[in-house]
Design a protein around this ligand. Structure first.
Ligand SMILES: Nc1ncnc2c1ncn2[C@@H]1O[C@H](COP(=O)(O)OP(=O)(O)OP(=O)(O)O)[C@@H](O)[C@H]1O
Ligand SMILES: [Mg+2]
Length: 555
């Protein structure tokens, strides 16, 4: 051994120190050896280079094959769903002439919690890509890692791979890490021992083939899962839209039903009021017409008594007695007064009847130019009972500030509903507020409802339309900001079950905004009160010109 190494050393040294001297003697042999070595190295490099080029060409071909094979499958299968790709065909087309039996391919992903999660696999005996039956391969014995691909060193997936590698006995797995977006996939190519025996080139270009096959598998998987996800998404979207449409239809149905019930209620109230007004109207006219005659007759009779008295200053004692019994002088003085007050009462009844007829407005179902004050007054008359003080309950003061309003083209019966709903809400709010307030508070700060009307011109927002404004305010409890946003929603109520349907304000909104092209606005602050402002165009304009403004301003 020593001799050999000394010989080598001396050879090296002599070659470097005194080439001429050493060249004499063994020169041809050495040159031949060196040349041989060089030639064989060059030959090996050439072979290796050729192999590389061949592999590169094959890889390019396989990629191209894969692309066209995939395209073919896509073109031939317009409604592909998960798992319908024929992976066997795909692999055969990608690697023509290669025997792919005894080759199993697995696809894993690292899940969010760092687990080792199998996704899909190709089994040589099944020749199919399986995505719905995912059993991780049971590897045992020592594994083998493709040289140019690495596994993550720190992650649990990396550890899992290393474990597989260490325990694998049959065949040598090739694995590869691929990152797409923020996801990572791990591909495992596992040839069985039966594959290794006949195919010696496995270790050299098998890596490229493996990479190519695995890439094809991943591409297939991504395509399949992408399509599948898209289909599921489309289905979910379709169903969501249908569910939303159904929900909307249901809500509209409930809203319409509620509105029907409410308008039926209002119409019944209107009919009842109209009926009562009609029934009272005849006898009242009867009384009113007769009272003026009665007054005349009474005046005449009293005059006659006066004439009698002047002609017979000393009447019969019986007449004298009866006169003093009935207190003729007082009677003569009081009777005209009674008749006058009866006349006032009858006039009042006539006014009430007129207001009741105004309220019901059954005769004015269509748009007509009307006096809004009449509608407001008739509404107040219907609600008068709730405004006046009763035993133990303070009344609600009514403050009316009416401006000079022109006749407004509107559906009077519907607008009366609006006034009714708003004033009734104000009364409800004040009543419940007063239950919480002490007598002193109520005395110091009595409840009121103020109604104000005016004319305006909104040249800025409504293209110069003239409009009237009706403001109905109260000094009740006010409405919290979060509730204010909902008061115009159908069925929204803060009242106990059975007391409120929650439709009053939504109907008011529909009538004013949709029915008349007006606006309705609510301003309120807790503890201060609430104010509803209605703007109505004086003349109705065609539907497409109608301003459709809905503003809810929070004070
Ligand atoms: N002036 C007001 N003061 C305080 N809260 C009010 C006033 N007006 C309306 N609200 C609130 O708005 C809600 C909705 O009113 P809306 O008239 O739509 O329904 P409702 O009065 O509850 O029931 P109904 O269908 O019988 O009218 C009321 O429940 C109440 O909470
Ligand atoms: Mg209401």
């Amino acid at each position: 051994m020593r001799k050999e190494s000394e010989k080598r050393d001396s050879l090296w040294q002599s070659a470097s120190q005194s080439p001429k001297k050493k060249a004499s003697g063994n020169m041809p042999v050495k040159v031949a050896v060196v040349l041989g070595l060089c030639l064989s190295t060059v030959a090996a490099i050439a072979v290796w280079q050729r192999e590389r080029e061949t592999l590169a060409i094959e890889l390019r071909e396989s990629t191209e094959n894969l692309r066209s094979a995939l395209q073919e499958q896509i073109d031939g299968n317009s409604d592909l769903t998960g798992g319908n790709f024929s992976a066997g065909e795909l692999l055969k087309a990608t690697l023509p002439g290669q025997v792919l039996e005894n080759l199993n391919i697995y696809l894993y992903q690292e899940s969010v919690d760092g687990e080792f999660e199998p996704l899909a696999f190709y089994e040589f005996n099944a020749h199919t890509l399986i995505v719905d039956r995912l059993d991780p391969p049971k590897l045992s014995g020592r594994g083998w890692l493709c040289p140019e691909f690495s596994v993550p060193s720190s992650s649990s997936t990396g550890q899992a791979f290393r474990q597989l590698r260490q325990t694998q006995t049959t065949g040598k797995p090739c694995q590869r890490t691929l990152s797409v977006g923020d996801r990572q996939w791990f591909l495992l190519l596992l040839p069985t021992s039966a594959y290794l025996a006949p195919y010696k080139y496995w270790q050299s270009w098998g890596i490229f083939l493996g990479g190519s096959i695995l890439t094809s598998l991943l591409a297939t998987y991504l395509l399949v899962s992408g399509r599948y996800t898209k289909q599921v998404e489309e289905l979910v979207e379709e169903r969501t839209i249908k569910a939303q449409q159904l929900q909307k239809a249901l809500e509209e149905l409930q809203e319409t039903q509620g509105m029907l019930v409410h308008s039926e209620k209002m119409s019944s109230l209107g009919q009842m009021v109209a009926g009562i007004a009609h029934e009272i109207n005849n006898p009242v006219n009867f009384i009113s017409g007769n009272i003026s005659c009665t007054k005349e007759y009474v005046q005449d009779l009293l005059k006659l008594i006066e004439v009698y008295q002047s002609h017979y200053p000393n009447p019969d004692p019986d007449i004298e007695e009866f006169s003093s019994e009935i207190d003729l002088d007082f009677l003569a003085e009081d009777l005209p007064k009674i008749l006058n007050s009866m006349q006032v009462g009858v006039n009042r009844i006539s006014q009430i009847v007129l207001s009741m007829r105004n309220f019901s407005r059954l005769d004015r179902a269509e748009m007509q130019a009307v006096n809004l004050h009449e509608g407001i007054d008739s509404t107040l008359l219907i609600l008068n009972n709730r405004l006046t003080a009763k035993a133990g309950i303070y009344g609600i003061k009514l403050i009316k500030t009416y401006g000079e309003l022109p006749l407004v083209e509107c559906n009077a019966g519907q607008l009366n509903q609006v006034f009714m709903n708003i004033v009734a809400n104000a009364i409800d709010a004040i009543e419940s507020y007063d239950k919480q307030r002490s007598q002193e508070e109520k005395k110091a700060n009595p409840s009121w409802i103020a109604i104000q009307t005016s004319v305006g011109n909104a040249s800025d927002i409504r293209g110069g339309y003239d409009y009237v404004t009706v403001t109905i305010a109260d000094n009740g409890p006010g409405i919290p900001a979060d509730i204010q946003k909902k008061i115009f929603d159908p069925f929204f109520t803060t009242k106990p079950v059975g007391k409120g349907t929650g439709l009053g304000m939504s109907i008011a909104y529909k009538i004013v905004v949709e029915g008349h092209g007006g606006t309705i606005r609510c301003r309120s602050s807790v503890g201060q009160g609430t104010e509803f402002t209605i703007n109505l165009p004086i003349r109705q304009i065609s539907t497409n010109q109608k301003p459709n403004l809905m503003e809810i301003c929070v004070a």
